[in-house]
Design a protein around this ligand. Structure first.
Ligand code: HAM
Length: 437
């Protein structure tokens, strides 16, 4: 029997955890800049929470079971239903619009493939209680600024934006029969991931005529000029004007260079009602980095409170792959500040005292726990990534003196130990403290 991790689950060795910590710190930093506050919910939820609203695809991937009390439960596959439930339960007490974020670990029994595992961490950023397109633009601008904070620009990442209402109106204008629309949405959601012949066969089976079928198959390459002309002609000038306001707001927020209108983005989840979007690597090699949109009816259907809502989820798996492929691996540089070494005339108790004083001043410090010769201690200091070693009891050192050796170039300096410790100030931290509510 193998005792390795289950398929699709990850062990986080320190180097992997350093990557995860970097991703989380960057997420938290940008969320804070946009005024979002952090929340969390339970990892195990009633099964009903998902079977009622998330849609068949996610329900088919649930890790669900009956608990010892006979309840049907599921590990959370997404955060949105939990958020909707939490906000609905205390809707009156919240300042509106609610701007909340969370970094849950989520579980989906998916077919394993590149960028898809059975657990992942997902940043969720949601705004509740605002129906105008400014909120939609604010949300996507935050996703785009997260990309920038990781060092990714418009040449690396594209934001494909769409609106389910526009798509529905466009498909109706192209002749897709109304009852077939939900099933046609499902075909469009997979259009990039399956051969065109398979999509065409599915559309034929749904009773979509040849003209409408060709319009569906070409949906991803239709320009906004062509789409808006069709829609305005079909009596949807209001929807078009709203979407154009959204595009202008994205420009004003500095996100325009990343944005491409693409009506083939419909999102796999069932609860979206309006503007939707997905972020992809610009080369089109990876699966979506992030996806989200408006879900204006979900709160009402789960909790009875009628509040408009929108949000996105951004996973750590595809993002990590993209950062590694672009060499944006800044998290690899960390090491300790000081190694306290003991020369022939030194004593390990002195090393402990010096380490304790430096740690009290915020320095990260190690010393040899096993009692080694000086040369081996310095080797260990290098392996720990220490920037400098302070050597106590070095040959010829007077009482109260120590030798400080820089480990990058080997230069040494004799110092008064007390004064040197007194000068040690905490290093600047790269990490922002987590936002608090
Ligand atoms: P989603 O599109 O299912 O949306 O997931 C969002 C992102 O999570 C994906 O773009 C992907 O990066 C990541 N992701 C999803 N499944 C996996 C997986 N099996 N392995 C690795 N990464 C994965 C939602 O979950 C919505 N609830 C997002 C949302 C929040 N909508 C509104 N608010």
């Amino acid at each position: 029997m193998s005792l390795g991790a289950l398929p699709g689950f990850r062990d986080f060795y320190p180097a992997d955890l350093a990557e995860r910590a970097h991703i989380f710190a960057t997420w938290r930093d940008v969320a804070r800049r946009y005024g979002f506050v952090e929340y969390d919910g339970p990892p195990l939820e009633p099964l009903d929470l998902y079977t009622r609203k998330s849609g068949d695809e996610i329900v088919g991937q649930l890790y669900n079971f009956t608990d010892k009390g006979g309840r049907d439960v599921a590990l959370r596959p997404e955060m949105t239903p939990t958020l909707a439930r939490m906000v609905a339960a205390r809707a009156n007490a919240q300042r509106k619009p609610v701007r909340w974020f969370s970094i849950p670990q989520l579980f989906r029994y998916e077919r394993q493939q590149r960028g898809r595992l059975r657990e992942h961490f997902q940043l969720n950023l949601d705004i509740i209680g605002e129906s105008g397109v400014t909120a939609d633009a604010e949300l996507l601008a935050a996703a785009v600024d997260i990309m920038r904070a990781f060092g990714l620009g418009p040449a690396d990442v594209v934001a494909r934006v769409s609106d389910r209402r526009l798509l529905q109106a466009y498909l109706a204008a192209a002749g897709v029969p109304e009852p077939a629309l939900p099933a046609v949405f499902a075909v469009i959601d997979k259009i990039d991931r399956q051969p065109a012949t398979v999509s065409a066969e599915k559309l034929d089976a749904l009773g979509v005529g040849p003209g409408a079928r060709d319009a569906v198959l070409a949906i991803g390459s239709a320009t906004w000029a062509a789409i808006s002309a069709v829609l305005a002609g079909a009596g949807h000038a209001g929807l078009v004007a709203d979407f154009e306001r959204y595009l202008r707001a994205l420009d004003a927020l500095g996100a325009g260079a990343f944005v491409r209108v693409d009506l083939s983005v419909v999102r796999g989840l069932a609860y979206y009602t309006g503007i939707v979007f997905e972020l992809f690597d610009a080369k089109g090699e990876l699966r979506a980095i992030c996806g989200g949109g408006r879900y204006d009816t979900l709160l009402k259907s789960l909790g009875g409170v009628d509040l408009p809502a929108l949000g996105f989820g951004m996973g750590d798996v595809v993002l990590g792959e993209l950062l590694r492929s672009r060499g944006l691996t800044t998290w690899q540089s960390s090491g300790i500040d000081v190694w306290v070494a003991i020369g022939d005339a030194g004593d390990v108790t002195d090393a402990m005292r010096v380490a304790a004083r430096l740690r009290a001043r915020g320095r990260s410090v190690e010393y040899s726990l096993g009692g080694q010769k000086l040369a081996r201690q310095l080797k260990a200091a290098n392996a720990a990534g220490a920037r400098e070693a302070v050597i106590l009891g070095a040959p010829g050192a007077a009482s109260g003196e120590a030798v400080v050796r820089r480990l990058d170039d080997g230069t040494e300096q004799r110092v008064r130990l007390d004064a040197w410790i007194g000068d040690a100030t905490p290093p600047a931290s790269n990490h922002q403290p987590p936002a608090t509510t």
